[in-house]
Design a protein around this ligand. Structure first.
Ligand code: ADP
Ligand code: MG
Length: 336
């Protein structure tokens, strides 16, 4: 059976029966709008990301359940980057005729499983037939106390620049898949099933540690570039400090030029943030508590100094913020 046989409303009813609810949801799926409440005094955070078949994902590379999980994670990651708590999700689907109901159900399984893991509720959406690719549009809403909102624009000269987790794994997995190779399962999972750093984003914001923050979707250099521009500052990065996984280092030893994937590959969904030098101890304690490495990769400098990277052998490079640009020709699928 496919969507045509079940009908749009049959499909929506199927989703409605499975979507969880919480007391803050006054009206859920099934009316013209969802009616929702937020904790008193908190700001509403809203973000949308599109996932388009053959631009952001290939059905040959991922199963639909994992794709459902990823559609949630990439959106929730933006809420994490502002220090917020994810609360509500909306799912817009353009469904091609050849997508079977089992695949749709698997997608919804993954979507709801991931939503629950981040504490968010599916509160609405829209469902249509697509004459071409599978289209997935997810909107996430979260909230944050005004005093805890973290923006891209607060970095000041002398702040440390930090990254959570490791970078490059997702881009290396995609690179291998595109060459027809099979990445190690843990590497592939970083691409197909990324984890949004919601607990870290909240903990950092609550402790008021970051001066500025962004999630790494387009690549470390590109996303740092956005943060530097918004803050009106420059940065000096240490190449040797870039946090790389054991699997990434293995791939790197086969081809040293793959270091580019760690700088510019994208879809890491780690948090990149700046914090005053005096917060080092607090950051170490938080990293231990969350069991997630936080690595200092450089220092915020004056705007006039731009962006430079000091290599292991002491050279100073001035890279362009070369993240994936959807409108450049020859680009490969990458982050949102
Ligand atoms: P309308 O025509 O008023 O936009 P719809 O028939 O599109 O209403 O949707 C009916 C209800 O089903 C709404 O609550 C909407 O949010 C929900 N809905 C539709 N598609 C989805 C979906 N893919 N996921 C979750 N909720 C959905
Ligand atoms: Mg509608």
């Amino acid at each position: 059976m496919n969507l045509a046989a079940l009908g749009e409303f049959g499909f929506i009813e199927r989703i409605r029966r499975r979507a969880a609810s919480v007391p803050a949801v006054r009206v859920a799926i099934g009316d013209d709008c969802a009616a929702l409440s937020l904790p008193a005094g908190e700001l509403l955070l809203t973000t949308t990301d599109l996932l388009i078949e053959d631009v952001h994902f290939r059905r040959a590379f991922t199963d639909l359940k994992t794709l459902g999980r990823k559609s949630v994670a990439v959106n929730v990651s933006d809420i994490a980057a502002m220090g917020g708590v994810p609360r509500y999700l909306y799912l817009g689907l353009g469904v091609p005729a050849d997508l079977g109901l089992e695949d749709l159900d698997a997608f919804i399984d993954g979507f709801l499983e991931s939503a629950a893991a981040y504490g968010a509720v599916l509160a609405g959406g829209d469902t249509c037939r697509s004459p071409g690719p599978l289209l997935i549009s997810v909107t996430a809403e979260g909230s944050v106390a005004e005093g805890e909102l973290v923006r891209r624009s607060g970095a000041v000269v002398g702040d440390g620049i930090y990254l959570s987790g490791t970078v490059g794994d997702s881009a290396l997995a995609l690179h291998l898949l595109q060459r027809g190779e099979v990445p190690a399962p843990a590497l592939a999972a970083r691409h197909h099933d990324p984890t949004a750093r919601t607990l870290l984003g909240r903990a950092l914001a609550e402790a008021k540690l970051p001066s500025a923050m962004i999630d790494v979707s387009d690549g470390v250099l590109a996303d740092l570039g956005h943060l530097l521009e918004a803050s009106g500052v420059g940065a000096l990065l240490e190449e040797e400090a870039l946090p790389l996984s054991a699997l990434f280092r293995e791939g790197l030893s086969a081809d040293p030029s793959r270091i580019e994937l760690a700088w510019s590959g994208g879809e890491d969904y780690e948090l990149l943030f700046t914090a005053p030098a005096g917060q080092k101890e607090a950051l170490c304690a938080l990293a231990r508590r969350l069991d997630l490495p936080l690595t200092r990769i450089g220092t915020v400098t004056a705007n006039a100094e731009g962006l430079s990277v000091r290599t292991g052998d002491g050279r100073l490079l001035h890279p362009a913020p070369a993240g994936f640009n959807h409108f450049a020709s020859g680009g490969q699928p990458s982050g949102n």
